[in-house]
Design a protein. Structure first.
Length: 97
């Protein structure tokens, strides 16, 4: 099996980290709403504390994922970017009447 290109591996990692960051952001928002609701309805209950614990866990995961993403994107900033084709529009030719 041929060795993988580091650049393609890091691109895949960045894409995956973007997906995970989106998921963790949604989880943080959901658990924050749940904790606030339970804190309003039944302050000090076991469900409120468990909800707060999940909020803390997902906030930590979101922080770590964001840090990894920033480091990976910073490491790729000095590498040249290769595009398959130039993005210039081809000049249109107009026929003379």
């Amino acid at each position: 099996m041929a060795p993988k290109n580091d650049h393609s591996t890091s691109l895949r990692a960045v894409r995956q980290l973007h997906r995970m960051r989106t998921f963790y952001t949604a989880a943080v928002l959901m658990w924050a709403a749940s904790t606030a609701w339970l804190g309003w309805e039944d302050p000090g209950s076991r469900q409120m504390w468990v909800s707060g614990l999940f909020l803390l866990v997902f906030t930590g995961l979101l922080s770590v994922t964001s840090l990894w993403l920033r480091r990976l994107q910073g490491a790729d900033a000095d590498k040249p970017v290769h595009h398959a084709a130039p993005r210039r529009m081809a000049a249109r030719r107009q026929a003379n009447a």
